[in-house]
Design a protein around this ligand. Structure first.
Ligand code: PEP
Ligand code: MN
Length: 364
């Protein structure tokens, strides 16, 4: 059972709810706070044998907005009912919710200072404050470039600050990487922010998920597993929230099957509305790792643009996309990297499709 309080309810309401709940044997109550840009939603979740607990003692309390019996498995990331609030969250001045669209354009892997600087300069001149930059790369072959690791963090963070970047999405593959990022950010005076990315290969690395769930400093970009069901990915994502960090964006990035060929993965953006129905998380799409190549359709738009459109028209609010100033020189995923000249065109395209989504949903 989930008891949602009115936004301005005093703490005494939460206390009263907990007191009533704990009168029932085998029932415990946990308080959760979802901090959005405009409102903070407080919920009390009743756990255990709640079937015998009636709803009316809670419904009768002033300051209680709604009481729902839930059977959702994902009690924290899940959307308990269609009208449930989806407050999103704010991090380093950037709002992550259904209303704000962000393009995280950047290098798949940090390689040289010059490439990073050219990328960041292009973002600044296009008014973008969010990027993706991998320092730790999970590669299929141990002989491929593994990322520069912690050695690049000091200059990467310094450059990000110089170009006004507020959030860098950066994958971590080991708990140690979190300490390295924290230390480097502190040493640099926190000129930027980091969103910790869980890659598709680590979707079910439960110890890593618990570890990043236990910290509150950084939000999490959680990528679906490429070879597991959506339900399994959502259960895995719930691990992060269940440890205390609900500032999560859920990212679709395609699923592994030859049936998607010639694309690298089968694009799964039809799951955007499913995720918006089943969860309260903002939804990201990654067209680069889905499509995996720079083919252009007869209409002049790369396939990567077309799948961006598919995700946005379905309600995604974040796009993670690979760029490189010299795609042929990229040390990781060059074939899917868009050249910087495509950045203004992509941003225009994103705006057009988002406007179409807003018009379509307003008319509906
Ligand atoms: C990435 O975004 O760089 C990446 C490795 O993605 P994925 O985990 O989706 O393959
Ligand atoms: Mn990549």
């Amino acid at each position: 059972m989930i008891i949602t309080l009115e936004p301005d309810a005093p703490d005494s309401v939460a206390d009263a709810v907990v007191q009533i709940a704990e009168r029932y044997p085998g029932v415990s109550a946990r308080r959760y706070e979802f901090r959005g840009a405009a409102t903070t939603v407080v919920e009390i979740h009743l756990l255990g044998t709640t079937r015998a607990v009636p709803t009316d003692p809670f419904e009768g309390l002033p300051g209680v907005r709604k009481v729902v019996r839930v059977s959702v498995k994902y009690r924290l990331i899940g959307r308990p009912h269609p009208s449930a609030e989806t407050p999103g969250f704010e991090y380093n001045g950037v709002h992550f919710d259904d209303e704000h669209v962000h393009v995280f354009a950047g290098l798949c892997a940090v390689d040289t200072r010059d490439h990073v600087e050219r990328m960041l300069a292009a973002l600044r001149s296009n008014g973008i404050v969010t990027t993706r930059m991998g320092a730790y790369k999970p590669r299929t072959s141990p002989y491929d470039f593994q990322g520069l690791g912690k050695s690049c963090l000091p200059w990467l963070f310094e450059l990000a600050g110089k170009y006004g970047i507020k959030v860098i999405a950066m994958e971590i593959t080991d708990a140690r990487h979190l300490d390295e990022i924290e230390a480097a950010l502190d040493d640099a005076g926190s000129p930027t922010g980091v969103m910790l990315q869980i890659g598709t290969r680590n979707t079910q690395n439960f110890e890593l998920l618990k570890h990043i769930g236990q910290q509150q400093r950084f939000p999490v970009l959680f990528k679906r597993g490429m070879g597991i069901t959506l339900e399994e990915s959502l259960n895995a994502c719930e691990y992060v929230a269940s440890e205390g960090n609900s500032n999560i964006v859920f990212c679709l990035r395609g699923v592994k099957t030859h049936l998607g060929e010639p694309h690298r993965n089968l694009v799964d953006f039809a799951h955007v509305p499913v995720l918006r129905r089943q969860t309260r998380l903002p939804i990201c799409i990654d067209p680069s790792h889905s499509v995996g190549r720079m083919d252009v359709a007869p209409d002049g738009l790369p396939d990567i643009f077309h799948v961006v459109g598919q995700g946005l028209i379905a309600g995604a609010s974040m796009v993670l996309v690979d760029f490189h100033p010299v795609p042929t020189a990229a040390l990781c995923d060059g074939p899917q990297a868009l050249p910087l000249t495509e950045l203004p065109r992509l941003l225009r395209y994103v705006e057009i499709v988002r406007r179409a989504f807003e018009a379509a949903t307003t008319a509906a």
